[in-house]
Design a protein around this ligand. Structure first.
Ligand SMILES: [Zn+2]
Length: 256
């Protein structure tokens, strides 16, 4: 039994005797998944999946509660009430995210023998790489922070959902180093920061290429290619990529 966001949960562990199929129903199929900014999930097939996890009203309320929390006295009854109210909003957000992740993961593993994800423990979370869209107003940073927190948590849930769903289809889930995936041209391999013209637009600057794509789809294609490279090393490569220690924060940056 557990308690979360003011609600009680009872969990049962059930052995469904399901064994992962030895081979996926569609062998040789693969997809790369990019974590989008506007859409939670963008695939190398060019599919965009997303839904708002927090409503506009909840966002406003949450921000007000954050301010109230900052003003409240440590250990006071008011502070406790504020924290409980914040937890209630976040548990609703969490439920929506859970539904979304389970549905998307089930749909994608059914069609793919290999799913390639970014290993975000080694992602450099610089402002430039994340492509935050600036808006006027003094709450921009706070709002961006909340969005980021929601997207980041969502990514971990999605990874778990893929791992769970993959057991039923025999899909292999591979994690790869995300460095340069947003700056590399998926057509010719040329890497430069300027390739990503905006949050949405990718256009290759290499002479004679000029490949154009949605920036997140281009990144997902690079992720898929990186997954093929890892899987060519066999299971050793996969387990190493999963257990790899985080490398220095500088790794994901563009060389100047
Ligand atoms: Zn190119």
């Amino acid at each position: 039994m557990s308690r979360k966001g003011g609600r009680w949960f009872v969990s049962f562990l059930v052995d469904d005797h399901a064994a992962p199929p030895g081979q996926h129903a569609m062998p040789g199929t693969a997809v790369g998944i990019d974590r989008g900014v506007k859409n939670a999930v963008v695939t190398s097939d060019g599919d965009f999946h997303g839904r708002p996890f927090i409503t506009a009203g909840e966002r406003v309320r949450y921000r007000r509660l954050q301010q109230r929390l900052a003003r409240s006295k440590r250990g006071s009854a008011n502070r406790h009430k504020t924290i409980t109210a914040m937890g209630r909003i976040m548990s609703r957000v969490s439920d929506r995210r859970g539904d979304f992740c389970a549905q998307i993961a089930a749909r994608i593993v059914a069609r793919n023998a290999m799913v390639v994800l970014e290993d975000l423990r080694i992602k450099n979370m610089s402002a430039g790489a994340s492509g935050t869209v600036a808006e006027p107003g003094h709450n921009v940073r706070q709002k961006a922070g909340l969005n980021r927190a929601i997207l980041d948590k969502g990514w971990h849930r999605l990874e778990l959902a893929f791992t769970n769903a993959a057991r039923y289809t025999g899909t292999r889930v591979v994690k790869v180093n995300p460095a340069y995936t947003s700056q590399r041209c998926s057509a010719c391999g040329f890497v430069t920061e300027g390739n990503r013209e905006s949050q949405a637009v990718f256009r290759c600057k290499a002479a004679g290429c000029g490949h154009r794509d949605h920036a997140d789809v281009n990144a997902a294609k690079n992720i898929k290619a990186a997954g093929h490279a890892v899987s060519a090393c066999g299971d050793l490569g996969t387990s190493r990529s999963v257990k790899q220690e985080p490398v220095s924060r500088a790794t994901g940056r563009t060389p100047s």
